[in-house]
Write a protein that binds this ligand. Structure first.
Ligand SMILES: [Zn+2]
Length: 266
């Protein structure tokens, strides 16, 4: 008989490698882990909080998101959820667009969105419980930025980000890296007059000054300050043209592509 009582669902932030965040969703007894690139920090977190792993959720095939799976499974078999089309071996429950899943061990239902761009099969997990909107988006949307286009096209990534931007403003964005300050530096370069962005940079810099995470952010904050959700804003289009990266009258997707390429060399 365990002395632990089940609590409301909570999410623990588990730093790993240089700048990754792994996420542990738990109710005080059971836990599901999102994108365990490294098993060690996950195992330490589970032990520290006396949690039993009940599921693994994966967003895409990169090693810093799946590398810890074999070591976690070696401790005990649990279901592994992941994208149907991203070439990950060992997934026991393959998922695609619009599918809903109940997370084993937890009172948690998530919906899956396909968000190709960073990789072709990348998925995101959305919790739509009123008052508790969550998004686990891997390397698609970052705080103040977006993932690199390793496999997909700019049009695919722009569509994927539009899906995420359509989520409620209070949706918490659990992205997989602490890139916020460098993302916001670029955002300020392309949208220098955005006052919300200036405030966000101040807040993020202060948090990083004391080594606090800047994530999760919210969809509302991203819509107001993330240039990759704002590439049709006149100020951003003007910056792209002044930098010689966009021609007059170009299509919106060309502005998105130009913005992503500029960030790659910023
Ligand atoms: Zn990745």
């Amino acid at each position: 008989m365990t002395s632990q009582a089940r609590q409301d669902l909570a999410v623990l932030t588990v730093p790993a490698f240089n700048d990754n965040y792994l996420w542990v969703i738990h109710d005080g007894v059971h836990a599901a882990v999102v994108d365990p690139g490294d098993a060690g920090p996950i195992q330490e977190t589970l032990a520290e909080h006396h949690l039993t792993l009940s599921a693994i959720l994966l967003t895409h095939h990169h090693a810093d998101h799946i590398g810890g799976v074999p070591a976690l499974l070696a401790q005990g078999s649990v279901p592994v959820f992941g994208p149907r089309n991203d070439g990950i071996e060992g997934i026991t429950q393959a998922l695609g667009e619009g599918e809903r899943m109940k997370v084993p061990g937890l009172d948690l239902e998530l919906e899956v969105l396909e968000v190709p761009g960073h990789t072709l099969g990348h998925i995101a997990y959305v919790r739509r419980t009123p008052g508790a909107h969550w998004l686990f988006c891997g390397d698609t949307l970052f705080a103040g930025g977006c993932g690199r286009l390793f496999e997909g096209t700019p049009a695919q990534m722009a569509d994927s980000l539009a899906k995420l931007a359509a989520l409620p403003d209070d949706t918490l964005v659990y992205c997989a890296h602490e890139y916020t300050v460098s993302n916001l530096r670029f955002a300020q370069a392309v949208e220098p007059d955005n006052q919300g962005l200036a405030l966000r940079m101040k807040d993020a810099s202060e948090r990083r000054g004391t080594r606090l995470p800047t994530v999760p952010s919210t969809i509302g904050l991203e819509r107001g300050t993330n240039p990759f959700l704002r590439y049709t804003e006149p100020g951003i289009v003007k910056s792209l043209m002044e930098a010689g990266r966009l021609k007059e009258g170009a299509a919106p997707v060309e502005a998105f592509a130009a913005l992503r390429e500029w960030k790659n060399v910023f």
